[in-house]
Ligand binder design. Sequence first.
Ligand code: PXL
Length: 260
Amino acid sequence: MSRKAVLTIAGSDPSGGAGIEADTRVFEALGLHPLSAITVLTIQDSSGVYGAMPVPSDHLHRTLEVLFRDFPIGGVKIGALGGADGVEAVAEILDRFGPEKVILDPVLRASSGFRFLDDKGTGRLKERLLRKALLITPNLEEASVLTGLEVKDLKGMERAAEELIRLGAQNVLIKGGHLDGPPVDLLSMDGEVLTMEGERIEGSFHGTGCTLSSAITAYLARGLPLKEAVDRGRRFLARAMEQAVRIGHGRPYLSIPREG
Ligand code: PXL
C-alpha cells in the first residue's frame, strides 16, 4: 500500500476549525498523508481570533526543507502566513523544490476581522507567491485588496480575476460566499471565465476557505484536472457546511465528510 503526501503551510487554530487543524483533517478524509508546516500560532475560539504569534521564518524554512527532502509531495496548500519573512521563506522553498501543484489561499484576515498579514507581507505575497501557484483562491475582500479594485458583484469579480491574471496569477477562483444574493464563485482558468453557482447555506461558519483550498489540493494530488478538482472541492465544502455542528458558544464548525 502506498499513500501520497500533501503539505499544508498555514496557521494553527487551537479551536480546531480552520488552518492546519482543518487542512489535515481534509487531507486524511481524502486518503492522503498530511504534512504540515505551521506559520503562525493563533489564539482563538468559536467566536473570534484574539492573537497570533508568527513562527520565526528560519524555523519555518527549516521545517519545509526537511519535509521536501524526505517526502515526494503531491500538492501544497498555502494559507495564512505570519508576515513578509514567512512569505519569503515559503517562496524560497518553492523556487528550490519546484512543486507543481500549489494552491494559494491568500488569507489576509479572519472572518472575525483579525488581520493575519500586514501591508508589507501582502506586497511580498503578490511579488513572490502569486505567480508560483497553480490556483489562487481569494474571497471578495482579498481579491479587492490584492487588486485595488472594488469587488462587490460578479462584474467586480470578473475585473479582479482579469487583474490578478495580469499580475501573474496562473488561474484564479474568486469565492462569492460574501456576495449579496446567491453565492456564485468565479473561476478564471486557461483564458476562460466560468461562473459556478452554489446554494446559499444559512449561517456563518468557521474554516470554509481552508477546507475548500485543502480539498482542491487533495483532489489535484489524487490526479484530477484543475476544473474537476475545483468542482469536487466545492461539493466537499457544501457537504461539510450542511452537516455543521455547534460545539462551542460561537459559530458552528464544519463536519468533514468521511469519504471523498
Ligand atoms: O479562515 C481564515 C483562517 C486561516 N487560517 C487560520 C485561521 C483562519 C481564520 O480564523 O485561524 C489559522
